[in-house]
Design a protein around this ligand. Structure first.
Ligand SMILES: NC(=O)N[C@H]1NC(=O)NC1=O
Ligand SMILES: [Zn+2]
Ligand SMILES: [Zn+2]
Length: 471
């Protein structure tokens, strides 16, 4: 291993455990030069290998791939930044993340701004980091500009159907999206869409403040009803029909980010899948862990968009995930500084919308999924395999020969209280919605391309994650 990149001083070694999550009966994984070079079945294991890290009964899984994180670098590094954000990711078992094109400044919408992103990331990331580019009105009808951005290595594009909250990232409509998809088709890369369309639903909402106490969560909830998600998805489906086989945008793919509404919006997506549209959908741990009923007045740590809805909706989200109607999970880690979360004021209408979560998505998914009987294989599917596919990462997302040695080692049964004393690596720990929760699932070690980048509270000295560019 290069100097300081790894807490384990070997480049050729074996990881052993009784619970390595691959198809069957594996007891040891051989790692050499950053890749998995062999997997050894039970019967062949005789303890004869030299450098063995034996994790006993701990679970060894492919590292998590977070396809939706805002690390806010460059330009708003005080909100998060690559060093702290990727340290937190590593501590949570995430080995790859794809960074969103907004909340950093300038937004990543051109080759020039992508270059700034890459420069900010280089030598300051502890896990592998790729980038989504922004689809905005300014570039949506400019195929040359979009192609240049895709040629420069973004894994796909992201757009908003409602105001993003970021001035230099304006919203797109269906015509922009249709145009973007036609370019993406050639590259076989996805478009990720924040799917909410603002509409006035009831007269008392016309004031936009919902007409209620701004410290009450229900006031905020009413300002972003499920019909916003439904309207956006309805509109998107007029365009995704082009992605069907033989259609004008065959090869393009549309991915609905952070679905909250598990009713009509989800039904529309299911229908589109049945018709053969190339469409997937993610939801996030905060929609699976929390419900509107339990959000205290003034606790703006829970403000996000689309909003966390009621307990019945949460149940439906879990069912959809278990049924396979929701394809994958992502963090939508979208932090800011405590001052903009208005933690003292507690004004839900004015606070920054975004949940800080990146270090805890694995134990959160596992803990809240116990009730539904989730399995380790499902975790791998939702957090590694399918995200890898979405982001075009064919050498990641599974423990398999030839793949990058991106691995998380963790103890599902170990519980911990996530209080202020718990080591947290994000820049602004106080805004995290999970503080105060008791969680199950402790990450022991995280390997990125064979480097042991995190081990029980400590990170490798040097930030040796790679920027990953699409080719
Ligand atoms: N700009 C930004 O990160 N917005 C995110 N925050 C949130 O709660 N939902 C989002 O889309
Ligand atoms: Zn969003
Ligand atoms: Zn987001």
């Amino acid at each position: 291993s290069q100097s300081g990149c790894s807490l384990f001083p070997h480049s050729h070694y074996w990881i052993a455990s009784k619970r390595i999550v691959t198809p069957q009966g594996i007891i040891s994984v051989e790692i050499k030069g950053g890749s998995i070079v062999s997997i050894v079945k039970n019967k062949d294991w005789s303890g004869k290998f030299k450098q063995v890290v034996d994790y006993g009964n701990a679970v060894v899984m492919p590292g998590l791939i977070d396809v939706h994180a805002h690390l806010d670098d460059p330009g708003r590094a005080e909100w998060e930044g690559f060093p702290s954000g990727t340290k937190a990711a590593a501590a949570g078992g995430i080995t790859t993340l794809i960074d969103m094109p907004l909340n950093n400044f300038p937004s990543t919408v051109s080759t020039e701004t992508l270059k700034l992103k890459i420069e900010a990331a280089e030598k300051s990331i502890y896990v592998d980091v790729g980038f989504w580019g922004g689809l905005v009105p300014e570039n949506a009808f400019n195929a040359t500009a979009l192609e240049a951005l895709l040629d420069a290595g973004v894994h796909g594009l992201k757009s908003f159907m409602c105001p993003s909250g970021i001035d230099d990232f304006p919203m797109t409509d269906a015509s922009h999206i249709k145009s973007g998809l036609s370019v993406l088709a050639k590259y076989k890369r996805p478009l990720l869409v924040h799917s909410e369309i603002q509409s006035v639903v009831e007269s008392h909402l016309e004031t936009e403040d919902g007409g209620g106490d701004p410290r009450s969560y229900s006031t905020y909830l009413k300002t972003r009803p499920p019909s916003w998600e439904e309207a956006a998805i309805r509109e998107l489906l007029t365009v995704t029909k082009d992605t069907r086989s033989g259609g004008p945008a065959e090869g393009a793919h549309l991915h609905v980010v952070h679905l909250s509404d598990a009713s009509s919006s989800l039904d529309l997506i299911k229908e589109a899948k049945r018709r053969g549209d190339s469409i997937t959908v993610e939801t996030c741990p905060h929609y699976l862990a929390f419900s509107a009923e339990e959000i205290p007045d003034g606790d703006t740590r829970f403000k996000c968009a689309p909003p966390i809805r009621d307990a019945a909706n949460k149940e439906k989200l879990w069912n959809a995930l278990m049924e396979g109607d929701i394809d994958m999970l992502s963090s939508d880690h979208s932090p800011t500084v405590p001052e903009l979360k208005l933690l003292n004021d507690g004004n839900f209408l004015k606070a920054w919308g975004g949940i800080s979560s990146i270090q805890f998505v694995l134990p959160v998914t596992w803990s809240y999924g116990q009730k539904y009987g989730i399995t380790l294989e499902q975790l791998v599917s939702w957090w590694s395999e399918r995200p890898a596919k979405l982001a075009g990462q064919h050498s990641k997302g599974a423990i398999a020969i030839g793949n990058h040695a991106d691995v998380v080692v963790w103890e599902p049964e170990v519980e911990f209280d996530l209080n202020e004393d718990h080591p947290m690596f994000v820049k602004n720990p106080s805004i995290s919605a999970y503080i105060g929760k008791r969680l199950s699932g402790k990450v022991l070690a995280t390997f990125v391309r064979g480097n042991l980048v995190y081990k029980e509270g400590n990170h490798a000295f040097a930030a040796c994650g790679s920027t990953i560019l699409a080719t």
